[in-house]
Ligand binder design. Sequence first.
Ligand SMILES: CC(C)(COP(=O)(O)OP(=O)(O)OC[C@H]1O[C@@H](n2cnc3c(N)ncnc32)[C@H](O)[C@@H]1OP(=O)(O)O)[C@@H](O)C(=O)NCCC(=O)NCCS
Length: 219
Amino acid sequence: MTDLTVRNTRETDIPALIDLQRRVYPTIAPWTESRVRQQLDVFPQGQFLALYGERVVGCASSMVIRWDEWSTEHTWKEITTSGTFDNHDPDGRTLYGAEVFVDPKLRGRRVGHRLYEARRGLCRRANLRRIIACGRLPGYHHYAQQISAETYAKKVVWGDINDPVLSFQLSEGFRYCGVIEGYLPEDAESCSAASLIVWINPHFDSSRPTWAIAKVQDP
Ligand SMILES: CC(C)(COP(=O)(O)OP(=O)(O)OC[C@H]1O[C@@H](n2cnc3c(N)ncnc32)[C@H](O)[C@@H]1OP(=O)(O)O)[C@@H](O)C(=O)NCCC(=O)NCCS
């Protein structure tokens, strides 16, 4: 799409972003304006928006963490401090994807790809080691009576099942690392489960400082 741009989120975008989030997740409470403002205060470089012309059509939010502190077990609420991103730690080496969504009318048009590309660009520019996220498994509820979330996710990786989110993330070069149960209790479609996924920054250089926040510019 030629009219598609991706840039960092601005305060003036907040009402449109929340309106889109409400349409994407009709059964899950959207962020409040003050919550998004907090995210922008904490880590403006990690918040991306996709625009089709002037219209907000997608969003990707992230923060930086020390993965060792969270790898064993966590929920979305714990790691993002209920979406405030208070756990953002500029000394960390992991970009953590907290949220991504695209306007339902524009799915399959590479908007998600552009948002993920912006995240990968940030990861490279900041010399971070990797991107980690816990992805929803919205197709799982169709299979939950027959198989575990882990078996479901494996079948997606094997290509036997297509999941609207995990299949997208695998297409984007992420690797599947396992399932976290109870990650997002309000996510009925995923039966609260999420897949832990990682993208390794091929350009990560351990001899260079990881985070040069002043030098990380808008894409
Ligand atoms: C997941 C989501 C962000 C994907 O966005 P999108 O704009 O539709 O995806 P794109 O068009 O950019 O797709 C990028 C790649 O993923 C692939 N892909 C996307 N959806 C897919 C699906 N359902 N099955 C298989 N592959 C898929 C595309 O084919 C494309 O691959 P290609 O480059 O080889 O052609 C979008 O579906 C969404 O907003 N879902 C609801 C919100 C949500 O659950 N977010 C996840 C939170 S963890």
